[in-house]
Design a protein around this ligand. Sequence first.
Ligand code: AMP
Ligand code: MN
Length: 218
Amino acid sequence: MASGQLSRAEALACSGCRHACHVMLYADTKAQLFGRIPIKHIILMQMRFDGLLGFPGGLVNPSKETLESGLTRELSEELGLALPISVEDHVDSCFAPASSSSSSHLITHFYVKKMDEEQIREVERAAASTATDHGLEVLGMIRVPLYTTKGGGGLASFLSHSFIGSARSQLVDAMLRFNLVTPGELHKALTHSLKTHAHTKQDLEAALALMEERRKRF
Ligand code: AMP
Ligand code: MN
């Protein structure tokens, strides 16, 4: 097991720990972007209320519910569907970096569930219509682009956004574990992503300079 990781049983034995469960829902697809770039797989993530990208799920109380039934409860709020999640869908449990010295330890449990393309569409429809959290804790469901376009867009640009906690590592790990991208493609995307990140920094600095200039005038 990698450092920071613990078994499901070890995680549940931690008294005084808070627990959060999140799931990556995905499906295979034959769809092609612009009629020529294979999409291959649909992976669902969400734009959270805090402006960060993350997976659907949330805090679970193991003294009142199982991890999986707690996750299903969170999903019904965020996706508008009570998707059953089982122990077999569990991938790993990790100590999350403490957000502040006063907060108790958080253990994040990560699940991956494969669905049909039509089931994914149903989740997307429900998330935007019946989910109680729509427009509140969840600003919208999004699909992860797994391809790379001629200009280098796609997965590399996606990975350069800001993610909650360890969500980016969870995504990278799951893509490799379930063979959704090759290690070579992923390495290339991450390397390119670092360059995109440097451009973003320059872009932000330019926006800040513009803003300061405007503030002086008005
Ligand atoms: P949520 O209710 O979805 O915001 O999740 C509950 C807690 O888990 C929050 O404190 C988040 O900061 C944290 N969290 C959410 N997603 C992740 C993640 N992928 N990795 C680590 N922590 C996370
Ligand atoms: Mn959540």
